[in-house]
Design a protein around this ligand. Structure first.
Ligand code: ZN
Length: 350
């Protein structure tokens, strides 16, 4: 008989909000940092992951880029990240945010960065059957013109794996300010790229940021989006749009100290019927994994197996792979959920 924890862990998962370097094993980070003389703020790997707010975390996140010096190292990190997520939470598909501007200064031009990631992820797909796509992330700490230039680079070097744009980092003022990047989003839309934006996450964010992302940037998905529940009118607008949300429970605990309770904003989003999916955001650096997002956060927020299965399925529904691949993945997922339901004696999956 399966426990609820096992049921939630074994659900097939699509993760749509995963910043690439954050799948790096800590042992690999330390090994590469030593090999390339990159100074980490401490050698104590536990202490390395204690942050004083989002900007402090971003310092570590940026340092993790600096240990990557060759395409083979990038491919290795990509491969190991899939291996770990299959073990931890039955990952079946993942989309990776990668920020090309962070890699340019390390000597990787955009095509070589994407091709190295694709090498590692293709090998992992052969070994573990996990599908993938890549999403080019706008570095919000850089000027809007740099974002436009990044989108131009993506358009100039088409790759099958790269399907859209998203974001990372924060503006220099530590705000989200989605409208700052509207030109980059319009350009991406004109060229058929899918679009997501980080909105409604931080202390300085508001429900209006989420509405702006949906209505002005015309995003296909919102990353985070939590503050939308603070305003009933905004919530209604966004719900009517049908836009899906990639919610990352452990990051809200890590960065905002939000407890996993039925009052958590993500729980409110689920109860409001928004298409919520679960992801890790920065798995290793937030001491989480795709399994824990379900097994720890969901029950504490008052949800059971049926919601877990719905949320897991929503991840595949909101994926940016092509229709054939999505259809195939959903077929596998539905078969796996039916088998898990049959094996689980709990009431909630009935
Ligand atoms: Zn994120």
């Amino acid at each position: 008989m399966l426990s609820l924890t096992d049921y939630l862990r074994l659900l097939p998962k699509a993760e749509l909000h995963c910043h690439f370097v954050s799948v790096m094993r800590l042992t690999t980070l330390r090994e590469l940092a030593t090999a390339h003389d990159v100074l980490l703020k401490t050698d104590d790997l536990d202490a390395l992951l204690d942050y004083d707010g989002l900007p402090d975390f971003l310092d570590v996140f940026n340092a993790a880029h600096n240990v990557l010096t060759t395409g083979d190292e990038i491919a290795r990190v990509a491969y190991e990240g899939v291996h770990d997520a299959v073990r931890d939470g039955n990952l079946r598909y993942r989309e990776y945010f990668v920020n090309p501007d962070n890699f340019t200064s390390l000597g990787f031009e955009y095509p070589s960065l994407i091709d190295a990631m694709t090498d590692g992820l293709t090998q992992a797909k052969r070994d573990f059957g996990v599908g993938f796509r890549i999403v080019a992330a706008i570095n919000r700490s850089l000027p809007p013109a740099t974002a436009v230039e990044m989108v131009r680079t993506v358009i100039a070097h088409p790759r099958d794996a790269v399907v859209g744009i998203g974001q990372d980092d924060l503006t220099p003022e530590l705000t989200e300010d989605p409208l700052r990047f509207r030109e980059a989003y319009a350009l991406a839309e004109r060229h058929g790229l899918r679009r997501s934006a980080h909105a409604g996450e931080t202390m300085n964010a508001s429900a209006q940021n989420v509405v702006d992302a949906v209505e002005v940037l015309n995003v296909d998905r919102v990353d985070h989006g939590y503050r939308v529940v603070d305003d009933a009118v905004a919530l209604e607008k966004v719900a009517a749009s049908g836009v899906a949300f990639t919610c990352t429970p452990h990051s809200t605990d890590m960065l905002s100290s939000w407890q996993f309770t039925p009052d958590h904003r993500i729980a409110q989003m689920i109860r409001a019927g928004l298409p919520v999916t679960f992801a890790t955001d920065d798995a290793v650096f937030f001491k989480t994994d795709i399994g824990k997002e379900y097994t720890v956060a969901l029950p504490a927020m008052g949800f059971g197996g049926a919601e877990g299965a719905r949320i897991a399925r929503a991840g595949f529904e909101a994926a940016w792979c092509n229709d054939d691949e999505k259809h195939e993945l959903l077929g596998e997922v539905d078969g796996a959920i039916a088998a898990l339901n049959a094996a689980w004696k709990g009431d909630e999956a009935r």
